[in-house]
Design a protein around this ligand. Structure first.
Ligand code: 13P
Length: 268
C-alpha cells in the first residue's frame, strides 16, 4: 500500500474498549460527524473482533482500519493468534510495539522487529511505537531508549520501505495519565527519531517516515501537537472513544493542514 505522505494522520486506538455492536454504532456516528478531507487520513484501531464487520461497514475513502496487535508468523500451529496474512485486506495499518504490549505482555525488540517485517510483507503499514518510561525520563535516557527501540524494531528494513512505515512517539508516562508531554520534550524526541533514522538509513528515509505523537491527547491539546516541527499526526487513546471528541481532533488536523497549505502557497 502506498501512503499519502502529505496527509496528516490521525489514529484512534480504542484498546480493549467497545464491543462489536458499540464499535458499529460509533462508526455510524463518526461517519456523520466527519467529512472526508483529502489532507487528513483517519485510522481506527478497534478490537480485533470488530475489524471484519467494520471493514464491510466503513467507507474506505473516509476511514482506514488498523489492528492493535497480531502475531508475526504468517500461519501455522499458534493457537489463539491472528497473523498479518489473515489481516491483509481487512486493515491498512497495524500498531507494533505499543508500550502496553511491551510492558504488560513483555514483548521484546525481537518480537517488534518480526512484526514490523510481517506487516510490510503483508502490505500493512506498521505504526511502530517508541517511548521512555518515567524513570528513564528522570534519568535523562529518552534519546537512548528511542535509539534502542528504533534499532531493535527496524533492523533489516530497507531505506525505500520508510515511505510505508510510521513511528509513534508515545512517552509511557504520558499514556492514559492526563499528564501530556510538553512541546520541548516532543520536539526533542521527534528530532531524535529522525536523526537516528537518518544516521541508519539516510536523509530520504528520515524525511519520508511519518512521525506521530501519542499520550493523553485531547481535542483541546491536539492543535498544540499538530503544529510542532516534524509531527505528522497523532495517536489518540482515551479521547478517541468519544466520537464527538475524536471528530474535533480530526477537524483540528484539517485546519492545521489548511494553514500549512496557505503558508506554503503564500511563499511559492
Ligand atoms: P491515551 O491517549 O489514552 O493517553 O493513550 C495513548 C495511547 O496509548 C494510544 O496508543
Amino acid at each position: 500500500m502506498k501512503m499519502a505522505l502529505d496527509k496528516t494522520l490521525i489514529v484512534g486506538n480504542w484498546k480493549m474498549n467497545l464491543n462489536v455492536h458499540e464499535a458499529s454504532l460509533y462508526l455510524h456516528q463518526l461517519s456523520h460527524l466527519v467529512t472526508a478531507h483529502r489532507d487528513v487520513e483517519v485510522v481506527l484501531a478497534p478490537t480485533l473482533l470488530a475489524l471484519q464487520s467494520l471493514s464491510l461497514q466503513v467507507n474506505h475513502r473516509q476511514f482506514k482500519l488498523a489492528a492493535q496487535n497480531f502475531y508475526w508468523r504468517d500461519s501455522g500451529a499458534f493457537t489463539g493468534e491472528v497473523s498479518a496474512t489473515q489481516l491483509k485486506g481487512v486493515v491498512q495499518y497495524a500498531l507494533v510495539g505499543h508500550s502496553e504490549r511491551r510492558h504488560i505482555f513483555h514483548e521484546s525488540d525481537k518480537d517488534t522487529r518480526s512484526k514490523v517485517q510481517a506487516a510490510i510483507r503483508n502490505d500493512i503499514v506498521p505504526i511502530l511505537c517508541v517511548g521512555e518510561t518515567a524513570t528513564e525520563r528522570a534519568d535523562n535516557e529518552t534519546a537512548d531508549v528511542i535509539h534502542d527501540q528504533l534499532l531493535g524494531g527496524l533492523a533489516n528494513i530497507t531505506s525505500e520501505e520508510f515511505t510505508n512505515i510510521v513511528i509513534a512517539y508515545e512517552p509511557v508516562w504520558a499514556i492514559g495519565t492526563g499528564q501530556n508531554a510538553g512541546p520541548t520534550d516532543v520536539t526533542a524526541a521527534v528530532a531524535a527519531i529522525r536523526s537516528q533514522i537518518k544516521h541508519l538509513y539516510g536523509a530520504a528515509a528520515a524525511e519520508a517516515v511519518r512521525v506521530l505523537y501519542g499520550g493523553s491527547v485531547t481535542a483541546d491539546s491536539a492543535a498544540d501537537y499538530l503544529t510542532l516541527l516534524g509531527i505528522d499526526g497523532l495517536l489518540v487513546g482515551g479521547a478517541s472513544l468519544d466520537a464527538h471528541g475524536f471528530s474535533e481532533i480530526i477537524k483540528k488536523a484539517h485546519h492545521k493542514s489548511m494553514l500549512v497549505g496557505a503558508e506554503r502557497g503564500g511563499k511559492a
